[in-house]
Design a protein around this ligand. Structure first.
Ligand SMILES: *Cc1c(COP(=O)(O)O)cnc(C)c1O
Length: 366
């Protein structure tokens, strides 16, 4: 067998060709052309968000929105280590200090009961992560942020199309950031976006992603370059046409896994959160007290040509690049550390066949 942990969603070859044909006529390949504008408007509609600023990838979107907030250097940002390295890097690359908060063992998002004890007079923001598409406790986080007058920037890379009490994941906090990387539920090959409720930071983000250029002879800001190009936007336009179908298919895959793995001693699955419309981005499984350890299951699957992923392992406060950071160290986040040793995300993509899911489960259970 050869089953990867994920397979990028793509439109048909013909559909994409049709979409990019106009680029051969216009010869306009990047710099906010027609495709970029179209995708932006369509995402604003789909995500029900007034301001979507497109990026060449999710990481630069996150880096730029943190920079756009204008926090003082050395400011402290409360975040979790149970995430993709991008979250922590985006904080550190902005000259800010990551303060690692532990996660809760139910949905693996930030433990809101542990945030307040980490707040100091240097705290400027909270950067929580909607892990696997599980929504953070957005209500409690808002309450804390309002009390202490600090900003909230959600890493919503996993949460495209997720809704909480009918509200889009794009609409929480001071900003929410999506990734449209090839491995995400919705992709633009590489890509990302910052989603904002008001227009305060829209122009500074546009300056940051395009050198601060406002006109042929006018540069107002020392910006970088993080623009989404027309081929990326075209892929997004095509993929967005099929996103609802994709999620329905993913749901069927998730149900198939659940049928086989739910209730097995030592295997824990994520519960569907109350009030949340999920996107089935990943299928995480925790091996805790199971007859085989996570690493043994991983190796068994690998031997059969099945790619699972130790996601997230290692956690970011355990990475070599943060070894000398005074705030790093896994002992500060014991639940995240415990989970990182036991978690495996199983293959998940829309056209994963039921019979393949059954084989995967058979190998795990044999
Ligand atoms: C994918 C991802 C990112 C980074 O997005 P890119 O588009 O790959 O730059 C950030 N945070 C999390 C949690 C992610 O999964």
């Amino acid at each position: 067998m050869n089953i990867q942990v994920t397979k990028s969603s793509m439109p048909s070859y013909e559909e994409y060709c049709d979409e990019i044909k106009k680029l051969w006529d216009s010869r306009w390949l990047t710099n906010m052309g027609v495709e970029h504008k179209t995708l932006q408007v369509e995402l604003e509609r789909y995500l029900n968000c007034p301001h979507v600023i497109l990026y060449t990838n999710g990481h630069l979107a996150l880096e730029n929105i943190i920079a756009a907030m204008g926090f003082p250097q050395g400011g402290e940002v409360i975040t979790t280590p149970y995430t993709f390295v991008s979250t922590t890097h985006a904080i550190v690359r902005n000259g800010l200090v990551p303060i690692f908060c532990d996660i809760n063992p139910q949905d693996f998002t930030i433990d809101v009961d542990k945030i307040e004890s980490l707040i100091t007079n240097k705290t400027v923001a909270i950067v929580p992560v909607h892990v696997y598409g599980n929504m953070c406790d957005v209500d409690k986080i808002k309450e804390i942020a309002d009390t202490y007058k600090i900003k909230v920037i959600y890493d919503a890379a996993h949460a495209f199309a997720v809704k909480y009490k009918g509200i889009s994941a794009a609409d929480f906090g001071d900003a929410s950031v999506f990734s449209f990387h090839a491995t995400k539920v919705f992709n633009t090959i590489e890509g990302g976006a910052v989603c904002l409720q008001n227009d305060d930071l829209v122009s500074v983000l546009n300056d940051m992603k395009n050198f601060g250029i406002r006109g042929p002879e006018r540069v107002v800001f020392v910006g970088g370059n993080a623009k989404m190009n027309e081929f990326q936007a075209a892929m997004g336009i095509c993929n967005l046409r099929h996103i609802d179908d994709e999620i329905i298919k993913r749901k069927k895959v998730a149900e198939c896994y659940r049928d086989r793995l739910d209730g097995i001693a030592g295997i824990k699955l994520c519960k569907t959160q109350e009030g949340v419309e999920p996107n089935y981005a990943y299928f995480p499984v925790v091996f805790d007290g199971y007859k085989y350890s996570r690493d043994v299951v991983f190796d068994k699957l690998a031997k059969e040509g099945i790619g699972a992923r130790k996601y997230f392992y290692p956690i970011t406060n355990d990475l070599e690049c943060y070894a000398n950071y005074p705030t790093a160290g896994v002992e500060k986040t014991p639940i995240a550390a415990y989970l990182a040793d036991r978690i495996l995300t199983l293959p998940m993509y829309s056209d994963l066949l039921n019979k393949d899911v059954e084989k995967i489960c058979q190998i795990i259970l044999d």
